[in-house]
Ligand binder design. Structure first.
Ligand code: MF3
Ligand code: CO
Ligand code: CO
Length: 251
């Protein structure tokens, strides 16, 4: 069941989305060679608490930290650690979800550490572009599968693949609500969009031809590419408006 948000709820979602984006803006200057993902987690946690919000990942289905930090071949759900120190040429996705006054805001960006190779920079920039291609088709009356279709259409010119095992999601009072937003074309997403729906668009794009991923059997969370290739991701929370869309997690 997809919930339609009323104007009061939309106001709260705008505030939560804005705070989530502010956390990313806040953490950006700390993402440098030598910083640990554990330190990034601590800094974000304290910033979120100071702003009277709750870090949604903490204890969510047993997740042990306040943010996700996914480095290089980690696709998503990386667990921050003080042992995990960023080095030159790394890429790291920082995924922030806050709960403010009972409503969630969810956004992530992939940051480049030091001087990354040109092909890695391309992967990161095109993944952000892919997210925007998916967002830009959003309006009432279209089918949700247009989002995945636009992402795939953009990505097909490159030797990349779109991760299939994880998608975007409806969001509101719940962290993960209906619908499941696929980042590739599928009739599973033959769902008509209506004004007041709010969901995330958060494509994970792997370098190379394999979209396959595996989940760590040690921690039960860390998702990596199966073949060790790099993976990038960007995420926004998006509202369907009267005739278009609005990004609620803009920087
Ligand atoms: N923020 C992630 C998303 O975009 C979900 C993280 S779940 C966690 O949906 F438990 F790993 F935090
Ligand atoms: Co999300
Ligand atoms: Co997220």
């Amino acid at each position: 069941m997809i919930k339609i948000k009323n104007s009061k709820e939309i106001e709260k979602m705008k505030k939560a989305g804005k705070l989530a984006a502010q956390v990313l803006d806040f953490i950006k200057p700390y993402i440098k060679v030598g910083v640990s993902t554990g330190e990034l987690n601590k800094l974000c946690h304290d910033f979120i608490i100071k702003n009277k919000a709750i870090p949604a990942p903490l204890n969510y289905q047993g997740f042990p930290a306040s943010i996700c930090t996914s480095v290089n071949d980690v696709v998503c759900h990386g667990i921050p650690s003080f042992e995990d120190v960023l080095k030159n040429k790394d890429i790291v996705n920082v995924d922030i979800t806050v709960i403010l006054n009972g409503y969630h805001g969810d956004t992530s960006r992939t940051f480049m550490v030091g001087d990354v190779d040109k092909e890695v920079e391309d992967l990161v920039e095109r993944t952000e572009q892919a997210m925007y291609k998916g967002i830009e088709v959003i309006m009432p009356g279209i089918y949700l599968y247009e989002v995945g279709r636009a992402i795939e259409k953009y990505i097909k010119d490159f030797l990349y693949s779109v991760v299939r095992d994880y998608g975007g999601h409806g969001i509101g009072k719940g962290f993960h609500e209906d619908p499941n937003v696929l980042h590739y074309y599928s009739l599973e997403n033959k769902i008509k969009l209506r004004e007041g729906m709010i969901f995330t668009v958060e494509p994970m794009i792997n370098q190379g031809s394999s979209y396959e991923v595996i989940t760590s059997r040690e921690d039960g969370w860390t998702v990596t590419t199966k073949n060790g290739s790099l993976s990038a991701q960007f995420e926004h929370t998006v509202l369907v408006t009267k005739d278009s869309y609005e990004i609620l997690t803009k920087s």
